[in-house]
Design a protein around this ligand. Structure first.
Ligand code: GDP
Length: 429
C-alpha cells in the first residue's frame, strides 16, 4: 500500500474515523500528527461503538503500530482513561502497538483550567473551544514554556520546569481569573505517577516511522478536525490550534510530506460545524434540523448539537486544493435520502463584489458576509443504507455523486452510506 494521508475536508466530524479504520487494515503504521484529545473519531465495529480521542484508529486492528506523533497535544490522564476503556472492551493496547512521541507536548490540568476560564472571559467573542486544554498547550509550545513527554520522564527536569511554569500559570489563575491555584507538589505527584505508566510507550516516533517507511512498511497518516479549522488556512480565529492537513505531517510526525503518495479528503455529502464561526451554507430552518436528526449530528465527545447545512463546493474545492488531495471520500450519503431536492452551494455572493465568487475568500470579514448560491439536485427518496456496490445505488444518487465529482476536480474514490464498518462503496465507473 502506498503512503496515505486522510484528512477532514470540511469542519471536522466528516466520518474520518471509519474511513481511517477501513484503510488501516492495509497499513502497518497509523500515525496521528496533530490535534489533541477532542478529536473523537467514531468507529462502529460489529454494532459496538468506539470513540477514539487520542489513540489512532488502527488500534482496533491487531498487529498495527499506532503512533501519537510529536505534533499531537497529549493529555496523559485522558490517554490512560482511553486505554482503560479500550482494554475493558477487549482491545489490546501495549507498547508494541502504541507509541507516543517523546517530543509531543503535554496537556496539564492547568491548561484545561485556563482553557475554560479564558473562554468565559471572551463573552460574545468566544471561539467554542472544547475546554480540553489543547489551545493553551499549543500556546505554551509556541511560547517555548511547554513541557514535552520527554520532560515528564526525568524527575529533576519535570520539577524544575513545572515549578517555573506554575508560578506564572497560578498568577494568572489567581489574579486575573480569581480562582484557586494549582499545588506544585500535588501536580508533581500526579504527573510523576502517570509518567511511569507512560514511559514504556515513549519513543522517537519520527525516526521510527521514517525507518519503517524505508523498509517498505505502509504508513497511514490520520488527520483530526478538518481543513476549514486549520490554524493558518481555516476561518481564523474560529479554528483549532494546529495544521490539520498535509502541512501538519512534516511538522507533527517528522515525516517528509513529499513522500505521501495518496492524499484522501473526507467530506460529508452535506456540511456540519461545531462551535462558532462562519458557515455560509448553514441551514437554520427545518431542513437543517432534519439533517441533524437523521444524521445524528451531535458531538461524539462533547454531545453538542452540530450546526447543519448543505454541501459547500466553494469551501470543499479550497480544502482539496490546499491539501493536494488526490481523491475524496463522500460520507453520510444515506442521510440525504429523506429530501426531495438537495441544494448544493456552488458559489458565493460577496458583499461589495459583482457577480458570484467561486474562490474561497481569504479573510474572515469577507466570509462572514457571504450568501450562498445553490443549485438543487433531485433527491432519490429511498433508503440506500444497504447498498454495497456503486451499481446498487439509485440513478439519482449516482447522478448526484458524479455531478459533485465534476465540480471538485478530484475523483470520488469511496462513498459511505451508514455508520457501520462495511457500509462503504468503492466508486466504480
Ligand atoms: P470524524 O471525527 O471525522 O471521525 O467523525 P465522527 O467520528 O464524528 O463521525 C461522524 C458520525 O457519523 C459518527 O457517529 C459515525 O458513526 C457516523 N458515520 C460515519 N459514516 C457515516 C455514514 O456514511 N452515514 C451515517 N449515517 N453515519 C456515518
Amino acid at each position: 500500500m502506498p503512503t496515505r494521508s486522510i484528512f477532514g475536508a470540511q469542519w471536522g466530524d466528516e466520518g474520518k474515523g471509519k474511513i481511517i479504520d477501513l484503510l488501516a487494515r492495509e497499513a502497518d503504521y497509523v500515525v496521528r500528527y496533530q490535534g489533541g484529545p477532542n478529536a473523537g473519531h467514531t468507529v462502529v465495529v460489529n454494532g459496538n461503538k468506539f470513540i477514539l480521542r487520542l489513540v489512532p484508529s488502527g488500534i482496533l486492528h491487531p498487529g498495527k503500530v499506532n503512533v501519537i506523533g510529536n505534533g499531537v497535544a497529549v493529555d496523559p490522564l485522558s490517554l490512560f482513561g482511553e486505554v482503560k476503556e479500550l482494554t475493558e472492551r477487549g482491545v489490546t493496547v501495549d507498547p508494541r502497538c502504541l507509541r507516543v512521541s517523546a517530543g509531543a507536548h503535554v496537556i496539564f490540568e492547568h491548561h484545561k483550567k485556563i482553557d475554560a476560564l479564558s473562554e468565559r472571559w471572551r463573552g460574545a467573542g468566544r471561539i467554542g473551544t472544547t475546554g480540553r486544554g489543547i489551545g493553551p498547550c499549543y500556546a505554551d509550545k509556541a511560547a517555548r514554556t511547554g513541557l514535552r513527554v520527554a520532560d515528564l520522564l526525568e524527575p529533576a527536569r519535570l520539577r524544575a520546569r513545572l515549578t517555573a511554569v506554575l508560578v506564572e500559570k497560578n498568577a494568572l489563575i489567581e489574579s486575573v481569573h480569581r480562582e484557586a491555584p494549582f499545588d506544585l507538589e500535588q501536580s508533581l505527584a500526579q504527573y510523576s505517577q502517570v509518567a511511569e505508566r507512560l514511559a514504556p510507550f515513549v519513543a522517537d516516533t519520527g525516526s521510527e516511522v521514517r525507518h519503517a517507511w524505508k523498509q517498505g512498511k505502509s504508513i497511514l497518516f490520520e488527520g483530526a478536525q478538518g481543513a476549514m479549522l486549520d490554524i493558518d488556512h481555516g476561518t481564523y480565529p474560529y479554528v483549532t490550534s494546529s495544521n490539520t492537513g498535509t502541512a501538519g505531517i512534516g511538522t507533527g510526525a517528522g515525516f517528509p510530506p513529499t513522500q505521501v503518495e495518496r492524499v484522501l479528503g473526507v467530506a460529508k455529502a452535506y456540511c456540519t460545524r461545531v462551535g462558532e464561526g462562519p458557515f455560509p451554507s448553514e441551514d437554520k430552518e427545518k431542513d437543517g434540523d432534519t439533517i441533524r436528526e437523521v444524521g445524528r449530528e451531535f458531538g461524539s465527545v462533547t454531545g453538542r448539537p452540530r450546526r447543519c447545512g448543505w454541501l459547500d463546493l466553494v469551501a470543499l474545492r479550497y480544502a482539496l486544493d490546499l491539501n493536494g488531495a488526490t481523491g475524496l471520500v463522500l460520507t453520510n450519503l444515506d442521510v440525504l435520502s429523506v429530501f426531495d431536492q438537495i441544494p448544493v452551494c456552488v458559489a458565493y455572493d460577496v458583499p461589495g463584489q459583482k457577480g458570484p465568487v467561486s474562490e474561497y475568500p481569504a479573510h474572515l470579514p469577507d466570509i462572514e458576509g457571504v450568501r450562498p448560491r445553490y443549485e438543487r439536485m433531485p433527491g432519490w427518496r429511498v433508503d440506500i443504507g444497504a447498498a454495497r456496490r456503486y451499481g446498487d445505488l439509485p440513478k439519482a444518487t449516482r447522478d448526484y455523486v458524479e455531478w459533485v465529482e465534476e465540480r471538485i476536480g478530484v475523483p470520488i474514490e469511496l462513498l459511505s452510506v451508514g455508520p457501520e464498518r462495511d457500509a462503504v462503496i468503492p466508486r466504480t465507473a
